[in-house]
Design a protein around this ligand. Structure first.
Ligand code: AMP
Length: 428
């Protein structure tokens, strides 16, 4: 398998070589030729498989074939992502792979000033990466024109649906020409995804690189049984005794993420929290510090962590198991990326046995368990219901996406729905 056989231009190949990639990953090998043929694609691929380059490289190639002159030009390719972080990540990939091409791209998402985005759009961009809410804000202000879009990519479509973006996506679809190429990437295939694929895709080519809901084989998964009250102590012990230098830790709630980061700091570990209540600047700084190695532990909630791409991240810890079993797969997809070995540790207390069963059922296998001497569980402690962190109720496992619709009354106009103040904060 080589990149040379895929039919990409010399300028794109140069950028690929500069990235140090010697051969395409399986998703790239399968998706690139099909996309270059102009076909619609339904791809089942998790983060870490190289899916971003899998759609970005052929997308740039197609645009390059019909590159337009300088000056103002319409958006010809649109990539929709569920989160700001993923949008930024995809935007960086487009910049990287397109650095020798006469194409322009930009990224737009909420939580930051809109005017600089308007300036960039006015200047003209070929490829636009966006989160749905802010994109619709621009559409409403007529600062973006999607009437010339030739290629649409829905990245992490399952996550977009989980976050309640389906209506926004349908609104965006109406702003584009009917004739276009559609690429839908999703880590899981729920019925909702199948429905969206049916509506959106025209005779799509199906590409799947890992069985759905399987976890990367390079990730070593271990459950560490421990009492809830001793989790923080065990985590500090593990980081210290195993000398882990870069650890991504997941908590269920924003409050929990903040509290844990503070406690770890008290234990002498450099730690930052990343979640949706933090400003975009604070999140970017925390992530940059973590990537540089200045911050040893990054504590994150699920949605905030979606889209983080940290090369060769060796350790992911589930401080608490997620309420939605699929999130476990997404979380540990942060490690063992693109063939690097990783380790995913989950600290599990008696309250979480039900959540663990759900995860094992999804994975269709048991995860191995290790007891750390000195941290054995106290059998007299009884299980208590797991709080979801979304108002203190019991974990809302069946409908994880429903909360995104909170506060959206039926009679709202699209203007009030789009108003940045009235829009619920989707980052948790
Ligand atoms: P993604 O699944 O798109 O988030 O990519 C996961 C990681 O794989 C990123 O860090 C990419 O830089 C890296 N990657 C993508 N394609 C290749 C390749 N062909 N060879 C090695 N690494 C790659």
């Amino acid at each position: 398998m080589s990149f040379e056989s895929l039919g990409l231009s010399a300028e794109i190949m140069r950028a690929v070589t500069e990235q140090g990639y010697s051969e395409p990953t399986p998703i790239q090998f399968q998706a690139i030729p099909v996309i270059l043929q102009g076909k619609d694609v339904l791809a089942g691929a998790q983060t870490g498989t190289g899916k971003t380059a899998g759609f970005t490289l052929p997308l740039l190639e197609l645009l390059l074939k019909h590159a337009q002159g300088k000056g103002r030009r319409p958006v010809r390719a649109l990539v929709l992502t569920p989160t700001r972080e993923l949008a930024a990540q995809v935007g960086e990939s487009i910049e990287t792979y397109g650095r020798h091409l006469p194409l322009r791209s930009t990224v737009i998402f909420g939580g930051v000033k809109i005017n600089p985005q308007i300036q960039k759009l006015r200047h003209g961009v070929d490829v636009l990466v966006a989160t749905p809410g802010r994109l619709l804000d621009h559409a409403q202000q007529k600062t973006v024109d999607l009437s010339h879009v030739e290629i649409l990519v829905l990245d992490e479509a399952d996550r977009m649906l989980d976050m309640g973006f389906i209506h926004d996506i349908r609104r965006v679809l109406k702003l584009m020409p009917r004739e276009r190429q559609n690429l839908l990437f999703s880590a899981t295939y729920s019925n909702k995804i199948k429905q969206l694929a049916n509506d959106l895709l025209n005779n799509p080519e199906l590409i799947e690189v890992a069985r759905q809901n399987t976890t990367a084989e390079t990730v070593d998964q271990v459950i560490y049984p421990v009492d809830k009250k001793r989790k923080r102590e065990l985590l500090s012990h593990m980081i210290g005794s195993k000398n882990w230098r870069q650890v991504l830790v997941f908590t269920r709630t924003k409050h929990g993420a903040n509290r844990l980061a503070k406690q770890l700091e008290k234990d002498g570990l450099t730690a930052s929290a990343i979640h949706g209540n933090k400003s975009q600047g604070a999140r970017t700084r925390a992530l940059a510090g973590f990537k540089r190695g200045d911050v040893r532990v990054l504590v994150a909630t699920d949605i905030a962590a979606r889209g983080l791409d940290i090369d060769q991240l060796p350790h992911v810890v589930n401080f608490e198991l997620p309420n939605v079993p699929e999130d476990y797969v997404h979380r540990i997809g942060r490690t063992g990326r693109a063939g690097n070995e990783g380790e995913a540790a989950s600290l599990v207390c008696v309250d979480e046995h039900g959540l663990l069963r759900d995860i094992e059922r999804l994975l269709k296998r048991e995860i191995s368990k290790k007891v750390i001497p000195g941290y054995e569980v106290d059998p007299s402690i009884k299980a208590e219901p797991v709080k979801s962190g979304r108002g203190g109720g019991k974990a809302g496992r069946k409908h994880p996406g429903k909360r995104a619709n909170r506060g959206r009354g039926r009679g709202q106009t699209s203007a009030s729905k789009r108003g940045s103040r009235s829009r619920p904060n989707r980052m948790s």
